[in-house]
Design a protein around this ligand. Structure first.
Ligand code: UN1
Length: 512
C-alpha cells in the first residue's frame, strides 16, 4: 500500500528531539528534565520533557478554579465547535501524531492510525453528546402552576490521568469529555507518553480551548498525581490505569476533609477470557485470538489473557495457534511488516520476564516467538503462549503479549463461568460458538462490560461499542457511550411557581 508506505517514511524521518513542559499560564516551571528514548531502540533519544514542580501544580489549580465558570457559561454548541475543530486539526496532522505514538510508545503503524482515528472519534462524539445533553434544559412535566427543568453544568475542576497504552486516544477522550461538560481540566499524562500528551494539549489550545481551561501537568504519580487528587479544589478525576492506582485515587479523594465529595470515573484492568466451545470455527477462533492476545503487544486492557477451549477441539486449536505464532513478526514498530512492537519500558519488561519464569516452571510452554538480534537494544518481550491447568495459576493481570490456554470439558462450562467471575474483574469477554443457547448462557452469566461473539475482543468503536468494565475493572460509565458525559456534570433542577403573586415569569428566561 503506497500511501501507507509514504506515511511510514515520513514518520521514520520524523526522529526529532520532541520537547514537552508544563502548560500553566503564569507559572515558571522549575521541575527536573526527563529524557525519552525509543522503546524499540533505547539508544535513540526521542526527546525530553520537564516535570511540574509543587508550585506549578498549585498555580494550575488556582488557574483552573478561576477559569471554570466562564467556560461553563459558554453554550454547549460553542464548546462542541472547538472540539470539532480539534478533530479537523488532528486529521490534518495524522502523520505527526502517528510518529509520536511510534517513537514514544513503540506503537506499530496500524496501531498509530487507529490511535489517531479513535481520538478524532472521541472529539466528534463528545461534541455531539454535548449538544444533545447540554444544549437545552430538559423541561419536566409537573403540576399546573409550576415549571420544572433540569440543567447540566460542569462540576468544576476535573483532573484527567491517562495511560501510556493509548497515549492519544484515551488522553483526548477523557479531556474532551471533561471539557465538553463544562469543566476546566488539568491533564496529567502517563510519564511514559508525556510528549504525545503535550502535543495533544497544544492542538486543543490551537483549536480554541483557552489555556487556563485546559492545563498540562507532566510528572510522576507520587508528586503530581497525588498532589492533585488530595487537593480540595478538585471536583473529580477521570482515570485509566491500574486497579491499585484507582483505589489510591479514591482514597485520596475521600480523605479530603471539608472538601466537596469528589467523584472518580475509573477504567482499570481485566483478566479477560475467550471461551470457545467445540462448535467454534477453528480458523476464525485462531485469527481472533491472535489479534486479541498479541495485537498492540498485548498492551490493551481489553486484550485476551486466557483462552478456555473445549477439550474436543483443544489439540487442533493449540497446534494452529502455535503455527500462527510462528508467523508473527516482532520488531521495529516503524516497519510496515511488524505485527508486534516493544513493550513500553524496562519495568514492564521485567514484570513480564518474572511472569514467564514462573510460567516456565508451572505451566506448559506452547510457543515462544524467538526475537531477532536487532531487538536486543529495545524493551522487547518474546510473545508466548502457555497451557495452564486452571485460572488460579494466574495471580494478576499480565499486561503484555502472553496468552494462557486452558482446556475444559463440556460438562464444566458453568465452572469456567464461575472461575472467570471469581477473578473479580469484569472487562471484556470473547465467545466463539455457533450454538445460540451456549452464547446466551455465557453472555448472561459472565460479568463483563464488553462481550464479543465470534469475533476478536479488542478495538471497541466509539459511539457504537461503549467501552468499560465493572467490579475490579472500573466504575463506569462507559467511555464512548451515551451516559459518559453526564457523569462529568452536575444536575441542577429549577422549579418556579408560575402562579405566585407578582409572578416569577421573568425568571423563566434564567440562563437561556
Ligand atoms: C485500555 O486498554 O486501556 O477496546 C482500554 C479496546 C480499547 C481498550 C482501551 N478501547 O481495545
Amino acid at each position: 500500500d503506497l500511501e501507507l508506505k509514504a506515511l511510514a517514511d515520513r514518520i521514520n524521518a520524523a526522529i526529532q528531539p520532541w520537547q514537552a513542559r508544563p502548560l500553566v499560564p503564569g507559572a515558571v516551571p522549575a521541575g527536573e528534565t526527563v529524557p525519552v528514548h525509543f522503546p524499540a531502540d533505547r539508544r535513540v533519544r526521542v526527546g525530553e520533557w520537564q516535570a511540574a514542580d509543587a508550585a506549578t501544580v498549585d498555580k494550575a489549580l488556582a488557574n483552573a478554579v478561576a477559569a471554570q465558570p466562564a467556560w461553563d457559561a459558554v453554550p454547549a454548541a460553542g464548546r462542541a465547535r472547538i472540539l470539532e475543530h480539534a478533530a479537523d486539526l488532528l486529521q490534518a496532522r495524522m502523520a505527526e501524531f502517528m510518529a509520536l505514538c511510534t517513537r514514544e510508545a513503540g506503537k506499530t503503524l496500524p496501531d498509530g492510525v487507529a490511535e489517531v482515528r479513535e481520538a478524532i472519534d472521541f472529539l466528534r462524539y463528545y461534541a455531539l453528546q454535548a449538544r444533545r445533553l447540554f444544549g437545552q434544559p430538559e423541561k419536566l412535566p409537573g403540576p399546573t402552576g409550576e415549571s420544572n427543568e433540569l440543567r447540566l453544568h460542569g462540576r468544576g475542576v476535573f483532573v484527567c490521568i491517562s495511560p501510556w497504552n493509548f497515549p492519544l486516544a484515551i488522553f483526548i477522550g477523557q479531556v474532551a469529555a471533561a471539557l465538553a461538560a463544562g469543566n476546566s481540566v488539568i491533564a496529567k499524562p502517563a510519564e511514559q507518553t508525556t510528549l504525545t500528551g503535550f502535543h495533544a494539549v497544544r492542538l486543543l489550545h490551537e483549536a480554541g480551548v483557552p489555556e487556563d481551561v485546559l492545563q498540562f501537568l507532566p510528572g510522576d504519580g507520587a508528586t503530581v498525581g497525588a498532589a492533585l487528587t488530595r487537593d480540595p479544589r478538585v471536583a473529580g478525576v477521570a482515570f485509566t490505569g491500574s486497579t491499585e492506582t484507582a483505589r489510591a485515587i479514591n482514597r485520596a479523594l475521600a480523605a479530603r476533609d471539608a472538601a466537596p465529595i469528589g467523584i472518580l470515573i475509573a477504567e482499570t484492568g481485566g483478566q479477560n477470557a475467550m471461551i470457545a466451545d467445540s462448535s467454534a470455527l477453528p480458523e476464525q477462533l485462531v485469527k481472533d485470538t491472535m489479534s486479541s492476545a498479541f495485537g498492540s503487544a498485548g498492551q490493551r486492557c481489553s486484550a485476551a489473557r486466557v483462552l478456555f477451549v473445549q477439550s474436543d477441539i483443544a489439540d487442533k486449536v493449540i497446534d494452529m495457534l502455535a503455527g500462527a505464532m510462528d508467523e508473527l513478526s516482532v520488531g521495529d514498530p516503524g516497519l510496515l511488516s511488524t505485527d508486534v512492537g516493544p513493550v513500553i519500558d524496562a519495568d514492564a519488561l521485567a514484570t513480564l520476564q518474572a511472569h514467564a519464569e514462573r510460567m516456565n516452571r508451572e505451566a506448559r510452554l506452547i510457543r515462544e516467538v524467538p526475537l531477532a538480534d536487532h531487538c536486543a537494544h529495545g524493551t522487547f518481550f518474546a510473545p508466548r503462549a502457555y497451557e495452564l491447568k486452571s485460572l488460579d495459576q494466574l495471580e494478576r493481570e499480565v499486561f503484555g503479549p502472553v496468552l494462557h490456554v486452558i482446556r475444559y470439558d463440556a460438562a464444566d462450562l458453568d465452572r469456567v463461568i464461575d472461575q472467570i467471575n471469581a477473578t473479580g474483574y469484569g472487562l471484556t469477554l470473547g465467545i466463539h460458538s455457533r450454538i445460540d443457547d451456549t452464547v446466551a448462557r455465557i453472555a448472561s452469566r459472565v460479568k463483563a462490560g464488553n462481550c464479543y461473539v465470534n469475533r476478536n475482543m479488542i478495538g471497541a468503536v466509539v459511539g457504537v461499542q461503549p467501552f468499560g468494565g465493572e467490579g475490579l475493572s472500573g466504575t463506569g460509565p462507559k467511555a464512548g457511550g451515551p451516559h459518559y458525559l453526564a457523569r462529568f456534570a452536575t444536575e441542577r433542577t429549577l422549579t418556579i411557581n408560575t402562579t405566585a403573586a407578582g409572578g416569577n415569569a421573568s425568571l423563566l428566561t434564567l440562563g437561556d
